[in-house]
Design a protein around this ligand. Structure first.
Ligand SMILES: Nc1ncnc2c1ncn2[C@@H]1O[C@H](COP(=O)(O)OP(=O)(O)OP(=O)(O)O)[C@@H](O)[C@H]1O
Ligand SMILES: [Mg+2]
Length: 637
């Protein structure tokens, strides 16, 4: 690294990451060079054996802040981070990197950053004179790309938990809604209010309003407090909004991914289950409470695992009114709404059922439900599910086993231990809840279809703007199948990004016969993640295919799977064995590491097979299907 007196540099700092300094006097050359550093606070120090691990050249423009970092000449980590820091200090939370928008969560609402004036500024911005970086700018460019270039557009919103992905998605959607309604106004020469828009399509809300109103419903059922975010989305969401060539929104569809089901039955310290459970316990009126046998949230075991039933920043009773109101707005009428809450309450009661050990002659183990009686959890769960308490108990405390294996129809009933019965209870509760969520999403989609403006829809050309709000890369103390799948999704997205930004650029140069120019002057070094994907997706030997195979074996377990991984991927650069660390399972053979593009993650495969099978015992599955309340429990299939 060549350094001259007066040059801006960044020095690694334990707390701040990288801090700016100026080079003072220099002495010597190359490895023997020593130099004086003048820090921001005026302190000077003499350093030698300079290495780019702790000292980097800096781009002076980052001291004032640059709106688009593509314009910086020196793109060192220190310069990039300092540029974001400088801008953030001025409440400029958004910075461009070409077509990418970097956002830093301010955790406070910045007045006027998202109001109608601001929307109009971007709607009217000239093509060549960019307004400051903003999600509205991004959406405006996508909107224009769709209308002018007749091409569908996609926005990928990525980042770690709490980064602000979901809030940004909402700003993007509200801008799109604003643009669409302004366009409609221009077409009709009248400003349609929400009420007018509702009336204009036969008493239903417009697509834009329906998309906006479906958000609180999805958040109530699939967002939860975690240690990182009091409103963390525990699912991935892709919203596709279709538009007419004139720029008016004509339809929409929501697709969801990987709802974190385990949270319904247990939570980590400092975390909660899904908001709707607490909302129902806090906000239901006396009649509904009586009909559903509701108690205080703290009395339901499945709501207290994380040790925090209430959140300071959240009013669950108010949340309940909002959820109920938005459910109605998206077409879930009073009866269906009651049916939904009945399932939510049934899940709570079911998870409160406990088991005692009993002696059954001729059997190794046996269990029974600890408490029966009119007001017991078993009784409420059965009542709300529309099945008989005896049948529910029977299905919980015994398993049907087929000793003859596949093809044989001879089943024997084997009593379960209290532990196995509890796991069957959790499995059916999780399955019920996730089917309910799928049903709600389908309901939202039906509403969006119904809200479609038929006149414009008939004219639509299937062009869309897609918004993907998906969990970022996860690396916790203990990482299980959920983290593996989330990180796999992120590897895929990263590959898409690489292909889009870097590989296509290289191909474009090659097409024009400029490969040499590209290699010599334009190539950007990037970490290709094809090898991680091969490790994950490889067939027949890949992390996922071995998991699938182990899950089909009668005697398959997570520990055996871990051992197979260790054998199969020994020597693979992307596969790592955990180094001895404090974690209790760090040393077991069920643990293994993957060197992802974002860093190494140690996984614990102990529960992989069980989670992958995701089985609801047959008897419980059949029982729920036999419910005498089928009309309202269509989600139980
Ligand atoms: N632009 C913003 N202005 C003000 N506050 C914000 C903004 N974006 C996010 N926040 C705050 O940060 C919190 C977390 O944001 P958000 O829920 O969008 O994170 P996320 O990236 O979706 O996280 P997760 O992956 O856990 O779902 C919000 O509840 C809000 O309080
Ligand atoms: Mg989110």
């Amino acid at each position: 690294m060549s350094l001259e007196s007066g040059q801006l540099v960044f020095v690694k700092d334990e707390v701040e990451g990288w801090l700016p300094a100026t080079v003072g006097a220099t002495n010597g050359q190359g490895e023997d060079m020593s130099l004086e550093l003048v820090h921001e606070d005026g302190r000077t120090e003499t350093v030698s054996k300079v290495s780019d691990e702790w000292l980097q050249r800096g781009d002076p423009s980052c001291l004032k802040g640059v709106e688009d970092m593509v314009k910086m000449d020196i793109l060192t980590v220190g310069s990039v981070l300092h540029n974001l820091r400088t801008r953030y200090a001025n409440q400029d939370i958004y910075t461009s990197v070409g077509s990418i928008l970097a956002a830093i969560n301010p955790y406070v609402l910045i007045p006027s950053l998202y109001d109608e004036n601001c929307m109009n500024l971007y709607a009217n911005m000239a093509t060549d004179a960019g307004a400051p970086p903003h999600p509205y700018e991004l959406m405006e460019l996508a909107y224009r790309g769709l209308i002018t270039d007749h091409r569908s557009q996609s926005v990928l919103i990525s980042g770690e938990s709490g980064a602000g992905k979901t809030e940004t998605t909402k700003y993007l959607l509200s801008y799109l809604s604003h643009r669409s309604s302004t366009m409609e106004k221009e077409r009709r020469e009248a400003v349609p209010s929400v009420e007018q828009r509702r009336n204009s399509i036969g008493g239903r809300f417009s697509v834009e309003d329906s998309v906006v109103m479906s958000n609180p419903v999805m958040e109530a059922f699939a967002n939860a407090k975690t240690t990182r975010n009091h409103n963390s989305s525990r699912f991935g969401k892709y919203i596709q909004v279709t538009l007419h060539a004139s720029g008016v929104v004509t339809g929409g569809r929501v697709t969801t991914y990987l709802l974190e089901k385990t949270r319904v039955a247990r939570q980590l310290a400092g975390e909660r289950s899904y908001h709707v459970f607490y909302q129902l316990c806090q906000g239901a009126d006396d009649d509904l409470r009586a009909r559903l046998g509701l108690k205080e949230a703290a009395e339901f075991r499945s709501l207290t695992g994380g040790g925090c039933v209430e959140i300071d920043s959240m009013d669950d009773a108010e949340g309940f009114s909002e959820t109920a109101r938005c459910m109605e707005s998206i077409g879930i009428g009073s009866e269906a709404k009651e049916g939904v809450f009945r399932v939510v309450a049934a899940v709570l009661h079911l998870l409160n059922v406990e088991f005692d050990m009993v002696d059954i002659p001729g059997q190794d183990v046996g269990s029974k439900v600890s408490e029966r009686g009119e007001d017991s959890s078993l009784s409420w769960a059965s009542k709300l599910l529309g099945v008989k308490p005896d049948q529910l108990e029977e299905a919980l405390v015994a398993r049907f086993i087929n000793p003859g294996g596949f093809g044989s129809s001879d089943f024997v009933v084997v009593p379960s231990s209290p532990l196995v019965a509890a796991s069957a209870r959790d499995a059916v509760a999780k399955a019920l809840y996730s089917s309910l969520f799928d049903w709600l999403v389908e309901k939202i989609n039906l509403t969006l279809t119904a809200a479609m403006n038929s006149k414009t829809a008939a004219n639509t050309s299937n062009r869309f703007i897609g918004l993907l709000d998906i969990f970022g890369f996860e690396a916790f103390g203990t990482n299980s199948l959920e983290q593996l799948l989330i990180n796999y999704a992120n590897e895929r997205l990263q590959q898409q990004f690489n292909a889009f930004v870097f590989k296509l650029e290289e191909e474009e140069f090659a097409k024009q016969g400029l490969s040499k120019v590209y290699v010599e002057h334009c190539r950007v070094e990037f970490a290709d993640n094809d090898d991680v994907l091969r490790l994950l997706e490889g067939k027949p030997q890949g992390i996922l295919s071995l998991l699938k195979e182990e899950s089909t074996l009668k005697t398959g377990t997570g520990l055996k799977l871990g051992k197979r991984y260790r054998q199969a991927f020994k020597g693979n650069d992307r596969f790592a064995l955990p180094r001895a660390r404090g974690g209790s399972r760090a040393g077991t053979e069920a643990t293994f590491g993957i060197v992802h593009f974002a860093g190494e993650v140690i996984y614990d495969a102990t529960e992989f097979v069980e989670k992958n099978k995701d089985e609801v015992p047959t008897a419980l599955h059949d029982l729920v299907l036999s419910s005498n309340d089928r009309e309202d429990t269509s989600w139980s299939s």
